[in-house]
Write a protein that binds this ligand. Structure first.
Ligand code: IPE
Ligand code: MG
Length: 260
C-alpha cells in the first residue's frame, strides 16, 4: 500500500492526512475482496524498516492503526472477516497492540476471509526467525536435519496457515517487492500500478483481478503441459517440487493429461 505521502502532497495535505485516506482505501479493498470471494488478503501496513521514519509519523501510524482496529472490528465481523497479524506485533506500542489483539479475538470465529495485517513485518527477518526456530528444534533433537522440508519451513514462518501468494499488488509506481512475503511470493503474479494507495478503489482492484485472470500460470512447466492439464493446481504451501520424486502431482497430472 504505497503512495499515501505523495498523494497527500499532491493534494496539499499532510502525510498524516494521506495515511488517514489510506485507511479508507483499506476499508474499500477489504469489502471488494470479500464481495469477489477472495479468501486471503494480506496488507503490508508497516514494515520493519518503517520504524526508521520520523517519530511523529510512526506515532501517527500507530494511532491510526489503533483507531482502525477499534472502529473496524464490528464491520469485519459483520463481513465474516477474520483478522490476524504477521510480523512482530510485540514491537507495537501497548495501546495499539491491545486494540489489534481485541479485534483479532473479536473476529476469531469468522470464516469468510482471512485479513492478515503485516505489522513490523520484514520478509527476510521472518525467514531468519523461521531458520532459528528450526535450528533450535534440531539442536534439541526434536527434528533431524533431513526432516527440514519446505513444509517444515513454511510452518515456521509467520504466514503459516496461509497459502502461497497468487497476486501481489503494489500501488505508488515503484516496481519493488521491498521485503514483503519473499518466500511466499515465489510464483506470485506481480502487479504494479502508478496510482497512489488512497486512490486505489474497487475498480482498480477489479482491474488487478482481470490482469490475474489473464495470466497463464505455469509453475515451471511448459505452456503445452499446462494447457493439456486443463487446470494446474498450484503447489501447496511448502510443498516444493522434488526433481527426484516422479509422483510430483503437478507434473504427473500435466503429463497424463497430454498422453490421453
Ligand atoms: C504508505 O505510503 C505506506 C505506509 C506505510 C506505511 P507511504 O507513506 O510510503 O507514501 P509515500 O511513498 O511517501 O508516497
Ligand atoms: Mg512509500
Amino acid at each position: 500500500m504505497d503512495g499515501n505521502g505523495r498523494w497527500a502532497q499532491a493534494n496539499g495535505l499532510s502525510r498524516l492526512e494521506g495515511h488517514a485516506e489510506g485507511a479508507r482505501a483499506v476499508r474499500e479493498a477489504v469489502r471488494t475482496c470479500r464481495k469477489e470471494g477472495v479468501q486471503f488478503l494480506t496488507l503490508y501496513a508497516f514494515s520493519v524498516a518503517n520504524w526508521g521514519r520520523p517519530r511523529t509519523e510512526v506515532r501517527a501510524l500507530m494511532n491510526l492503526l489503533l483507531d482502525f482496529a477499534e472502529r473496524e472490528k464490528v464491520e469485519l465481523r459483520d463481513q465474516d472477516v477474520k483478522l490476524q497479524v504477521i510480523g512482530d506485533a510485540d514491537e507495537l506500542p501497548l495501546a495499539t497492540r491491545q486494540a489489534v489483539q481485541s479485534a483479532i479475538s473479536y473476529t476469531s470465529q469468522c470464516q469468510g476471509m482471512t485479513l492478515s495485517l503485516a505489522l513490523s513485518y520484514g520478509g527476510r527477518a521472518d525467514i531468519v526467525s523461521a531458520a532459528r526456530a528450526i535450528a533450535l528444534r534440531v539442536q534439541s533433537g526434536q527434528l533431524l536435519p533431513e526432516e527440514v522440508t519446505e513444509q517444515t519451513f513454511q510452518s515456521a514462518l509467520s504466514t503459516h496457515g496461509l497459502p502461497p501468494v497468487d497476486l501481489l499488488i503494489r500501488t505508488g509506481g515503484e516496481r519493488r517487492v521491498s521485503d514483503f512475503l519473499l518466500y511466499e511470493s515465489a510464483y506470485a503474479e506481480l502487479y504494479f500500478l502508478p496510482i497512489m494507495w488512497p486512490d486505489f478503489n474497487s475498480k482498480a482492484l477489479r482491474d488487478a483481478f482481470a490482469f490475474f485472470s489473464g495470466r497463464e500460470r505455469r509453475f515451471g512447466l511448459t505452456s503445452e503441459q499446462v494447457q493439456a492439464a486443463g487446470t494446474v493446481v498450484p503447489l501447496k504451501a511448502g510443498h516444493g517440487f522434488d526433481p527426484h520424486d516422479a509422483s510430483n502431482s503437478l507434473l504427473a497430472s500435466a503429463e497424463s493429461a497430454s498422453a490421453e
